[in-house]
Design a protein around this ligand. Sequence first.
Ligand code: APR
Length: 201
Amino acid sequence: MSAVSPQSQGAAARGTNQRKQIMLVQFGKCRLELVEGDVTDQQVDAIVNAANDQLAGGGGVDGAIHRAGGPALMEETRRRYPDGCPTGDAVATTAGNLNAKYVFHAVGPVWRGGQHGEAELLRSAYRRCLELAVEHNCATIAFPAISTGVYGYPTDRAAEESLNAVREFLTEREQPELTRFVLFGEGAFGAFARVLEGMSV
Ligand code: APR
């Protein structure tokens, strides 16, 4: 395992009317970023969707990704993955009109109190996306906070599992170059930033 020497720095990006938060940490050769924003606005090789196991579309991130990506996304998903995708796993499609090469449709667990393997399934969903990134030669990937919306996973606990899963992968595999968490709103950003700060000391 490569040495972990994260350095964090808080920064406020200049927006037109809003200051959005950013946090950057380096794990060996890999950079991890937290930003507050919309995952569909990201210009990266792969955008991760928080999907359901039928890959049937939905609200939240899923709805936003299918709206921005256009109908080609659902056509491809239905054609290539008619049986859906198990919880804890992820599948790849092209990205339609999004500013990315791929969408990785990841299925996180529904929160049922924490005693039903939720943590391992959440970590696995992140790991599978990072494996897909490596397989598809993606240098950059953007994640939403999988399972923390409709699926009810408490954000602070999800932040802990998600960031640990990503850190483990990056330190072991040393790719992709950039992993970005795109967090919807200050609350989610704050929860992830607190966990990442704790990892940095
Ligand atoms: N960009 C980034 N984050 C977003 C966006 C967006 N455009 N829209 C919502 N979020 C945030 C939510 O605030 C939440 O913190 O993403 C997190 C995940 O929320 P959901 O999209 O509800 O995903 P999840 O909890 O994994 O539930 C998946 O919801 O939409 C359905 O089809 C989907 O059944 C599946 C379920």
